[in-house]
Design a protein around this ligand. Structure first.
Ligand SMILES: [Zn+2]
Length: 395
């Protein structure tokens, strides 16, 4: 089953624990993103070594390749990647919209557009241009094949700058899609215990609803009421704005603070590029975060360096480096004997790999660099949420 217990609140910051089909997960938590059923450059043992509470896989990518039904025959994403701890899949909505738009901008000019209708979304694969159609029911069915412990309702991800009429129509449609997700989920044995049913996972899949509404206060509030009227296990905040435009993200969180129930987990989708973003969102009352940035930044030579400071009422990520990360390709590290961060408990720093060695691997584009750098950045974000949890529990 799924359960969430709020353990302690300090200001708006919360510490809690959730029970999933694959065990307990503590909040606040940063969830590394395993887009293609792998956190880029890391194998499953590396992921376990970073000690995340939950990891995320992308429905859209796995549906297109290798296919959700194939993964189902391996016991879902858990069996496919040999990971026996809590997993979350997104609905595919974000990629359907964002990759569809990218193809319109970069792809051949005769490429058909992503088409939204009441029934769902017609889109074209970024891999081969083939045509596909996602409905709310289809998204849940695919996620059932993938078998994650937490699955997401199919929504329309609104751009940062969506105008009011566009956003209003979209919020209402996302509400109707959310109702259809709930209906399909309830009618198709949401506990998925009947293994004779195609796609059945043998365990309960918690379903989260997503609040959209772009930057319009009344629409965010309306969307929250709509999502809260349905029996979701958790509540997510979605849209391009979240995690991308941090001042607005925190403002939206403030608008909804008194609207959201305290007994359900709150998930800010796509938030977690910088440690400070996670700190700000925790202080705004959110519990779960995910972002591809830690591994992407690592591959681009940006390694997190800093420490959580909770001595003032506004908690901060203190670092001598710009944006809280050092650029390992810089000449200053060419003969630096120190690990990335001396008091970091990640595998890379604990093994004593020097900045000079990582600088060399980065400059020569050696594959080992991507692994060692990604391990450090992922563990740093996971550890940050562990430290935030300790601070909340200790107050
Ligand atoms: Zn480290």
């Amino acid at each position: 089953m799924f359960a969430f217990t709020l353990e302690k609140t300090v200001g708006n910051a919360r510490a809690g624990r959730m029970q999933t089909a694959h065990g307990e997960a503590l909040t606040p938590m940063f969830m590394p993103v395993g887009t293609q059923a792998t956190v880029k450059a890391l194998d499953t043992q590396d992921v376990l070594g970073a000690r995340p509470q939950v990891i995320l896989a992308n429905t859209y990518h796995l549906y297109l390749r290798p296919g959700a039904e194939l993964i189902s025959r391996f016991g879902g994403v858990h069996g496919f990647m040999g990971y026996d701890k809590p997993l979350l899949t997104d609905s595919g909505g974000f990629q359907v919209f964002s990759l569809g738009e990218q193809m319109e901008r970069k792809g051949p000019t005769d490429l058909p557009r992503t088409k939204i209708s009441e029934n769902g979304v017609e889109f074209f694969s970024y891999l081969d241009g083939s045509k596909h159609f996602f409905t709310p029911e289809k998204s849940i069915e695919i996620q059932r094949h993938l078998g994650a412990d937490i699955i997401m309702a199919f929504d329309e991800c609104l751009p940062d700058a969506a105008d009011e009429p566009t956003a209003r129509a979209s919020v209402d449609r996302t509400h109707r899609w959310a109702q259809r997700c709930v209906t399909w989920w309830a009618e198709h044995d949401r506990q998925s215990v009947d293994l004779s049913t195609p796609g059945a996972t043998g365990h309960y899949q918690a379903l989260f609803g997503i609040i959209q509404g772009s930057q319009h206060r009344h629409l965010r509030e309306l969307a929250a009421q709509q999502i809260l009227s349905l029996p979701f296990d958790g509540i997510a905040l979605g849209g391009e704005t979240i995690g991308y435009n941090m001042p607005k993200t925190v403002e939206i969180m403030d608008w909804l603070r008194d609207v959201l129930p305290t007994d359900k987990p709150r998930y800010a989708m796509g938030l977690g590029r910088d440690p400070q973003n996670v700190i700000d969102a925790v202080q705004a009352g959110y519990d779960m975060f995910d972002c591809v940035a830690p591994t992407r930044l690592a591959r681009n030579g940006a390694l997190y360096f800093g420490r959580l400071n909770t001595t003032k009422s506004t908690w901060t990520w203190d670092s001598p480096y710009n944006k809280g990360r050092l650029q390992i390709g810089n000449h200053e590290f060419a003969e630096d004997h120190a690990p990335i961060q001396l008091d970091c408990d990640c595998y890379t720093c604990q093994q004593g790999y020097s900045r000079a060695y990582l600088h060399h691997l980065y400059r020569t584009q050696e594959l080992t660099y991507y692994r060692l750098a990604s391990i450090h950045n992922v563990r740093t974000m996971v550890r940050l949420t562990e430290e935030l949890r300790q601070v909340i529990l200790a107050e």
